[in-house]
Design a protein around this ligand. Structure first.
Ligand SMILES: Cc1cc2nc3c(=O)[nH]c(=O)nc-3n(C[C@H](O)[C@H](O)[C@H](O)COP(=O)(O)OP(=O)(O)OC[C@H]3O[C@@H](n4cnc5c(N)ncnc54)[C@H](O)[C@@H]3O)c2cc1C
Length: 478
């Protein structure tokens, strides 16, 4: 214990990532089955194997292909070769890198070995990286690989499903049968998400349409940004002129049934949005009750903390830079800071806040866990992070030493807390890690000016919380 405390104090003072190598336990006869050898499945397998559990990875590639993967390797990066920012003091994804490095994460340590020059980002040689992850996993004596497509949810055993955004159709159908069709989506429709403290409340106000709701909170559930006719016309012009992204080859346009991109709505008629998500009815401008706005952009709370708001109905295929330019023309959002920008992609994901418990187990079949992008996180790093936790949780359960819950103040904890309960279940869409998921720290300056100190305080707090969790959980396994 003294050693553990000393380690925590060292970490507190200088934050050097320790390489915590887990004790290698043998004599295990209970296997952990992991479906999918992508970012999440690979990390989960590594973590569980390092804890001494026998692991079988079931991977359908190369026998069954997806439209995006090119090889049969594990952890293939299907598009960009970047794990994004490596800044662990000012960036939430960089903090997630730090937390995984501190815990012997396979994806991060292998990325480090194949790093390419990319400024502050962690970019890699994607082929060497994926080959190395594959070789490392295959070299472990307690990891075996079965190249097959899994098409059912199993009745027994310990399983992690990490089948990603391109989960095979047969398995998707089996999951839907278990969860109900409406709780497994095949496309995301992501509206931009804004940090609450970057919205100009001298222009915006809180009110639900027609003041609907039983409680004061419900009657003030939406944040409203009013527009004059001129502002609306300029917004529509900017929207139509903005650069858009194309669907990836192989993605279909099946999303059109449920969620039209905002620019497609505008193309159907300049007034369409005013009769759709931007309708100005049932609202009174709290700053100027006599003023009747021509259109209103509504934002809805996106997390229980109230630190994030999504722009209602604003899913879009505009390029990221164009989104920032267009959305900043909305009164009240001129200085908006975006936690994530909008998008529409082929993406299979669960309604995790209703389906998974805090250890990523399917509530209706607790021997089945989900991990990675299919749980409603977004991105290589976040997927690997959720694989990390699922692997450790499952292995700990097999070993009979359940782990303490992950501290909410760490990046890992903020993310898992969001997907398994903190997010609004009704409007749940995939999420990147970002500081809006973190509990605010009292007494720090808000807004743009205080940002640097605020982010440093979040990352300091996270590193300490994560280091304590790592020490406590490796203690339990001894
Ligand atoms: C076209 C596209 C582009 C993307 N671009 C980026 C990007 O640039 N940057 C980024 O950070 N993220 C990107 N993503 C998201 C990216 O896929 C995830 O960030 C990450 O790969 C998810 O990791 P994962 O382990 O959850 O899924 P994956 O890495 O996709 O791994 C899932 C694995 O499960 C296997 N599998 C699926 N179904 C079955 C089954 N029934 N039986 C057995 N095996 C199965 C698949 O073959 C695959 O190997 C993109 C996604 C897509 C679809």
């Amino acid at each position: 214990m003294t050693m553990v405390r000393t380690l925590i104090h060292i970490l507190h003072d200088c934050y050097i990532a320790p390489q915590v190598t887990l004790p290698y336990v043998t004599h295990m006869d209970k296997k952990l089955h992991i479906v999918g050898g992508g970012m999440a499945g690979s990390e989960a397998a590594w973590q569980a194997a390092q804890m001494g559990v026998d692991v079988v990875i079931h991977e359908m590639r190369p026998k069954v292909e997806t439209f995006a993967h090119q090889s049969g390797n594990f952890a293939e990066m299907v598009c960009s070769n970047s794990f994004r920012s490596d800044d662990d003091e000012q960036n939430a994804v960089g903090l997630l890198h730090w937390e995984m490095r501190a815990a012997d994460g396979l994806i991060m340590s292998t990325a480090q070995n194949h790093r390419l020059p990319a400024g502050g980002a962690l970019a890699v040689d994607r082929d060497l990286f994926a080959q190395d992850v594959t070789a490392k996993l295959k070299s472990l004596p307690n990891v075996s690989v079965s190249y097959e497509e899994i098409t059912e949810l199993p009745d027994d055993g310990q399983w992690i499903f990490a089948t990603g955004p391109l989960t095979s159709a047969a398995l998707g159908a089996a999951i839907q049968q278990e969860t109900g069709a409406e709780r497994l989506a095949f496309f995301d429709a992501i509206a931009p998400i804004v940090y609450a403290d970057s919205i100009d409340m001298s222009k915006a106000w809180m009110q639900s349409r027609y003041d609907k709701g039983e409680t004061e909170d419900e009657r003030k559930a939406y944040l409203n940004c009013p527009m004059t006719k001129e502002q609306y016309e300029a917004f529509i012009d900017a929207l139509m002129a903005a650069e858009k992204t194309e669907f990836h080859e192989g993605e279909t346009a099946g999303y059109f049934d449920g969620c039209l991109p905002i620019e497609v709505m505008a193309e159907r008629g300049r007034e369409t949005l005013r009769f759709g998500p931007m309708k100005p009815v049932g609202l009174t401008n709290a700053h100027n009750p006599d003023d009747k706005p021509y259109a209103v952009v509504q934002l809805r709370r996106d997390n229980a903390l109230g630190t994030l708001f999504n722009i209602v109905g604003f899913q879009t295929k505009m390029k990221y830079g164009a989104q920032v330019d267009v959305f900043k023309t909305i009164p009240g959002l001129e200085d908006a800071n975006f936690a994530r920008l909008g998008g529409i992609h082929r993406n299979t994901f669960l309604n995790s806040p209703t389906l998974l418990d805090s250890q990523m187990r399917l509530k209706s079949r607790p021997h089945v866990r989900f991990a990675g992008q299919v749980t409603g996180v977004e991105g290589y790093v976040e997927s690997a992070a959720m694989g990390f936790l699922a692997g450790r949780f499952a292995a700990a359960e097999i070993l009979g030493h359940p782990l303490p819950s992950v501290p909410q103040d760490s990046a890992m904890g903020a993310l898992i807390h969001h997907i398994t309960g903190g997010a609004e279940a009704k409007t749940f869409q995939p999420m990147n890690v970002n500081f809006g998921l973190f509990r605010p720290i009292e007494g720090l300056k808000g807004g743009r000016r205080g940002r640097k100190d605020r982010y440093k305080a979040y990352t300091d707090r996270a590193k300490l919380a994560w280091s304590e969790w790592l020490s406590a959980s490796s203690d339990l396994r001894k």
